[in-house]
Design a protein around this ligand. Structure first.
Ligand SMILES: Cc1cc2nc3c(=O)[nH]c(=O)nc-3n(C[C@H](O)[C@H](O)[C@H](O)COP(=O)(O)OP(=O)(O)OC[C@H]3O[C@@H](n4cnc5c(N)ncnc54)[C@H](O)[C@@H]3O)c2cc1C
Length: 473
């Protein structure tokens, strides 16, 4: 296959607006070395801050570090259970095309290396390798303290705007240090959220959350009820159908008239949500149908969880709303010294992390100004009121979907950097449509070749990598 080698500088041109005050450099703690923490570290360092990244694992990559291990409580109720960070399953391939998914300053292009995965929707290992390449390219590991878990973050009482961080190394050693600012990048796909089901305490079957799903084998010959309709739920139901006796998918999005056989399978059925479950093992659905099931698999999402954060009640998680937060990033009363990267979901995560962290870095250095605390609170309250008026439950506060690009462009404008590329927006929309239309084959059967070419042309402007046109062929 032909490959193209491109010389480049790996920076998007950023016309910087004049700083409102003299620039300042701060000592900043970043919690987590997943994709969000890595790009945050770069943006902070680029802006002249000194950075320490705390990472409880032994490598970078966060979610993308696959492990076959599962937690001691497969449903995730027991707070004392052994915890595993990643929720990846073995067969996982990305649900976004690589061109769209990658960082803007470091495109996720296919490598000209036979050991790598050149597919447009690669397997999870390729994403981890990409993040490792990114880490090497920007020398981020020198900023990371591995095997060091942050166990407490709180304001220093005597000195306003200073944060005390207590961390614990795997060796058992504790340390407490003072920072000017903290950026929280701890991920939000680790703490399971489960469906409330009438009668569940009496039901004799097993329960599991998709956080602990790795391979289909444990479901062999079982009757499985799987709850959910996300991209992972769709993948997992199909994975399991290969070995299970029956798979019954229950989802809010399935109305009575759509329930029935899942096309292409003779052992999978769609149902509306579960109505109730009973002592004799039956699971009733809202349309009155029922099955005798062995296991309920909750593919029902995750909870935001910041067990280390103490803000005297200023920042709370209420029905999965982390708030109050200005633009999903800064709590007005603690801005700019406390911030969050990566909370929005149903997004293209990496480019959004990049823009959020660029904004944080510039605000911390005084290059960009925030509105007053009162104005930020007004904005937050207006946002919450608009959600309420449109009937949106609180737990969807950080769900972006179609508004993500407007949000990204707002961030880009704050930072004086180019808006999200048209091809990226179109590619996201096209691939989402394709995924809904053909969940089985969207990763290998696509028609947006023209967008791939536009993306590759764009990458050539600022990448130094070898871009293989295998993915465009
Ligand atoms: C099943 C699944 C499939 C996905 N598929 C895609 C996809 O196809 N494309 C896509 O773009 N995105 C996908 N995502 C979203 C994915 O989560 C994001 O792409 C991204 O990896 C999130 O990065 P993060 O840095 O926010 O969080 P994480 O990757 O979760 O990283 C957080 C890091 O923080 C560390 N940490 C947590 N708490 C502490 C602490 N107290 N002290 C120190 N360190 C701590 C963790 O060890 C971890 O390394 C998927 C997610 C899941 C769960």
């Amino acid at each position: 296959m032909p490959t193209t080698t491109i010389q480049m500088q790996c920076h998007l041109p950023i016309p910087q607006p004049p700083a409102p005050h003299p620039l300042t450099s701060r000592h900043v703690a970043v919690i987590g070395a997943g994709a969000a923490g890595l790009v945050t570290a770069i943006e902070l360092r680029r802006e002249g801050h000194s950075v320490v990244v705390f990472e409880r694992g032994d490598q970078v990559g966060g979610t993308w570090v696959y492990t076959p291990k599962i937690e001691s409580d497969p449903i995730g109720f027991d707070p004392a259970r052994s915890k595993i960070h990643s929720s990846l399953y073995k067969s996982l391939r990305t649900n976004l095309p690589r061109e769209c998914m990658g960082f803007r300053c470091y495109p996720f292009v296919a490598k000209d290396d036979p050991d790598r995965d050149p597919r447009r929707y690669p397997g999870h290992q390729e994403v981890l390798w990409y993040l490792q390449d990114f880490t090497r390219e920007f020398r981020i590991d020198e900023l990371v303290r591995f095997e060091t878990e942050v166990v407490r973050v709180r304001l220093v009482e005597e000195e306003e705007e200073k944060w005390k961080i207590k961390s614990k190394q795997r060796s058992g050693k504790d340390e407490t240090e003072i920072f000017d600012a903290v950026v929280i990048c701890n991920g939000h796909y680790t703490e399971p959220r489960v469906a409330q089901i009438a009668g569940i305490n009496e039901w004799p079957g097993k329960q599991m959350h998709s956080h602990n799903y790795r391979v289909p084998e444990p479901f062999r010959d079982q009757v499985v009820v799987l709850i959910g309709s996300s991209a992972s739920a769709v993948d997992i139901s199909r994975d399991i159908a290969g070995v299970a006796k029956e798979v019954h998918v229950a989802a809010r999005s399935v109305e009575d008239e759509k329930s029935g056989d899942q096309s292409g399978y003779d052992n999978m059925w769609l149902h509306p949500m579960i109505e109730s479950v009973h002592k004799d093992g039956t699971v009733f659905f809202q349309d009155g149908s029922f099955v005798h099931a062995d296991i309920i698999l909750h593919c029902t999402g995750y909870k935001y969880h910041f067990p280390f954060l103490e803000t005297n009640g200023i920042v709370n998680v209420d029905d999965n709303r982390v708030g109050p937060l200005y633009k999903h990033v800064f709590p007005p009363a603690l801005a700019p010294c406390l911030s969050f990267v990566g909370l929005p979901w149903k997004v293209v995560p990496f480019p959004m992390f990049e823009l959020q962290s660029k904004w944080i870095a510039g605000v911390l250095s005084n290059r960009f100004a925030l509105p007053t605390q009162e104005k930020m609170m007004e904005d937050v309250e207006a946002f919450y009121s608009s959600l309420e008026a449109s009937g949106m439950p609180k737990r969807y506060t950080h769900n972006m979907g179609s508004s993500q690009f407007e949000y990204n462009n707002w961030l880009a404008a704050q930072c004086g950097c180019p808006a999200i590329e048209d091809w990226r927006v179109q590619m996201y929309n096209t691939s989402s449509k394709n995924r809904r239309a053909q969940p089985e084959s969207y990763r290998d059967d696509w028609e947006d070749h023209h967008l791939v070419l536009q993306a590759c042309e764009d990458f050539m402007k600022y990448t130094t990598h070898k871009i293989s046109d295998r993915s465009a062929s």
